[in-house]
Ligand binder design. Sequence first.
Ligand SMILES: O=P(O)(O)OC[C@H]1O[C@@H](O)[C@H](O)[C@@H](O)[C@@H]1O
Length: 461
Amino acid sequence: MRGRLEGVKQVQQEQRADDASCFDQRAAALFGFSVEGGVQAQTQAKQCAHVAQEAGKGRSVQVDPLWPDAPLLGFLHGPQQVHTQSFEQHIEANSEGASSSERGLGCDIMDLLHSWGVELAVYLQTRYGKYEGLFDLASTVADLHTTFFWLFPIWFHLRRDTALRLIWVAVIGDWLNLVLKWVLFGERPYWWVHETKFYGAGPAPSLQQFPITCETGPGSPSGHAMGAAGVWYVMVTALLSIAREKQCPPLLYRFLYIGLWMLMGLVELVVCMSRVYMAAHFPHQVIAGIITGTLVAEVVSKEKWIYSASLKKYFLITLFLTSFAVGFYVLLKALDVDLLWTMEKAQKWCIRPEWVHLDSAPFASLLRNMGSLFGLGLGLHSPFYKTTKMKSMNVSFRIGCIVISVSLLHLLDGWTFSPENHMTFYALSFGKSAIALLIPTTLVPWALSKIYPVKTEGKNL
Ligand SMILES: O=P(O)(O)OC[C@H]1O[C@@H](O)[C@H](O)[C@@H](O)[C@@H]1O
């Protein structure tokens, strides 16, 4: 771990250093010749570290057995700036007497992946420009905001277990997304294309930006793809289990099964295309998002205690997840690694300052998620909830709860706060998210039960 951190620190220091061209030449020379034939990933990684050390003019880089992962983990995104030539020229210039395995390709793989991603984004922007509205909608709907403000209130009054699962999957998934983003140090196309030296002296591809392009967190894995995969997994499995409970005929069930999973696949595809189109992600990042999101949903769905967790448990889990993320940030800060390195890049490369939003920042999403989890715990354990939960079985009562909750949440959503003071912004984000969960779980059912006589019906719809 120490070696990795040194590597990251090194990279951050190098990014600050103004001796890039000297670094380029040393790196180009070293990449080509000093790797022994048949080398394994670790040797390549040491090579990269050596390059960084050279460039760092004697600052030490420790190499540990974990370091081989570093290029894939994005830790060498600083050294990506070693290129003064195109990838092909670079390989050609350094290939004399060396086989491809001898060229230290481990150091270049991320550049290559990024350049392919940029090509795809340019292709989508050129070819599918007329679908910009659809892509914009896909990214907006895939944001977890939709889960907290729309899907949850609806599911909560139709099928409570599914609603709880949605929140747990969304919160745990998004928390993991944050930690992975911090660990993987992923770039985003909209700034990478300006900072890389991959394209050498030639023009870099021209990537358009949109109002939702300028995300301020790292790029890998995609939060939208991850969130959408988790949330859709929960909804599809819930609908299939309702069909089984209702003893749906086998043929119809099969049709439903295939149809729902295909629908989910289609939605994911559009979300992924949207993130690449918006120049917010490289393709490998959205694929990673879908895989991790599905895994999180699968694992969390197996946990039965989430349906009956005590308030103490909600509190402790919220505290643990928050402290872990904050502790991780503080620890790395103490080691001179700034996990908020992406904020500066967003501000620097976004073509319109008003497209950079603090609510896309890592701590804003952390506090929002924690507020939602805590709000859910409070809602489920409030005395109001206890008095209304039996009454809320009536269908018209449930529909009333859904309509009023969604309307109130829409009003709550209009409450925005100034980003000037970050601490206040994060604290208010926490509070707003907690209220957003209290409204459908307890406040609306309680208020409605006071004015609306209800009859108790079956358990779930
Ligand atoms: O990684 P992506 O797809 O750009 O998604 C970014 C979003 O990721 C979510 O996980 C965060 O909650 C949001 O705050 C953030 O805006």
